[in-house]
Design a protein around this ligand. Sequence first.
Ligand SMILES: [Zn+2]
Length: 450
Amino acid sequence: MFSLAETFSFLDNPNINWKNVILGFTIGQAVFENYLAYRQYQVLKRKTPPVSLKAEVTQETFDKSQDYSRAKARFGFVTDIYNVLQLVATVKYDVLPKLWTVAGSLVQKASPILPSFLGGIITQSLFFVGVQEVISVVLSLPVSYYSNFVLEEKYGFNKLTLGLWISDKLKSFALSVVLGYPILGLALRIFDFTGDSFIAYIMILVLAVQLTFMTIYPLFIQPLFNKFTPLQEGELKTAIENFAAKEKFPLSKLYVIDGSKRSSHSNAYFTGLPWSKQIVLYDTLIDHSTTEETVAVIAHEIGHWKLSHLAKMLVFAQAQIFTSFSLFSAFIRNRSLYNSFGFTTVQPTYIGFLLFGHISTPINLGIQFLFNLLSRKHEYEADEYAKSRGFAEPLAKGLIKLLSENLSSMDADGLYSAYHHSHPILPERLNAIGYISKEKIADIKPFKND
Ligand SMILES: [Zn+2]
C-alpha cells in the first residue's frame, strides 16, 4: 500500500540540518509577509478614498482610518520581528531540550501527588506544554498590553481596564489547562496506542472536539467573558423575529452582548445547535445602526446559515487537518529531525508535532490563501442573499457605518488582501451588491477619545 512514511523516508537523513530548514522557513515567511505589508503600506498612504466610497465617507474618517491602519501595520512589523527573534533564540540556544529536562524534573517533584495512571512521556509532554505556555504568555504580555492600552486606546477603541485585561488572561490560561490538557493527553495516548494507523482515530477525536466545542462555547465559555442580556421587547426585536420566521431560521433567543466592555468594535453573529439558534448582537452595533440596517446585517448572517457556510468550512477544516496529519505520519518517526534538536534518547510525539508545525510553514501559507478565498466567496454569497431579500440598500449603509466606525481599511493591495483578508474590503462588497453611491451617510463619525 502507498505510504507517505515510506515515500518520505529519504528525509530521515542525518545530513539534513533541520534547524536550518526551520529557521529558513520562518525567516522566509517573515520576509514574504513583510513584503505584503510593505505593499499594503503604500495603499495606506493614499490621500483620497476609493471612488466607490468618495461620496459616503468624510475625508476626516478616511484620514483617520488610514492613520489607524498604518499604526497597526507598523506595530505588526515590530511584533513580527519580535516573534521571529524568539524562534531564532529557541533554535540557537537549544531551548526545547532544556525545557524538556525542566518538565522532567517537575514531573518527578509532582509524582507523589500525581494520580498513578499518569506517568512517562505523556505526562512529561503535558508539563512541557505548561512550562512553554507560561513562558509564551509572559513573552506576549508586552505585545498585548501595547496593542490594547496604547494602540487601540489612541484611536478610542480600547474599553478594557487593567483588571479586566488581567482577569481575561487568567481565565484563558485556566481554560486551556482544564479543557486543553485532557484533550492533548488523550491525543498523545491515541498516537501511542494506534501506531501508524493513528490518522483515522485522531480525525475522529478532532471532529468530536470541534463539535463539542461549538456546542459548549456559547453556553459555558463565552459567558465567562461577557454578559448576555436578552434583547428587550420593541421594534428591533419584532423586526428580527419576523424576518427569522419568514426565513424559517430556528431562532430561539436574541441576545445583546456587552462587547463594549472591551472594545468599541461592533459585530453580530449566531451560534447554537442546528435546531435552536441564538443571534448575538453587540451593544455597539445596536447603538449605531437603524433597525433596518441591523436587520440587514442579520439577513447577511442568516444567509451564511441558509447556504451552509459553517458546514462547508468544517469540511474544509477536516480536509486540511487530514492533510496535515497525513504529512505528519511521514515525520513522526524521523530520527534525524529529533536528533537535530537534541532529542537523541527520547522522541516525544509532541515535540515531533511541534517541529513538524514549523516544517509545514510553506503548506500552511498556501492553505491560508485557500481558506481566505473560500471565506470571501461565502461573504459575497451572504451579501447576495441579503440583497435577494431586499436589503441591498440598508446592508450597504449598515456596512459603511460599521466599517467606518471600526476604521477598517477602506482600500487594499490585491496580494495582501488575498493572503490576509477573510472578508472582501468594503468597496468590493458595495460593488458586488450593486450599491450606487449617492450621498454622505449622516452621522458617521469615527470614535473619539473622549
Ligand atoms: Zn459574513
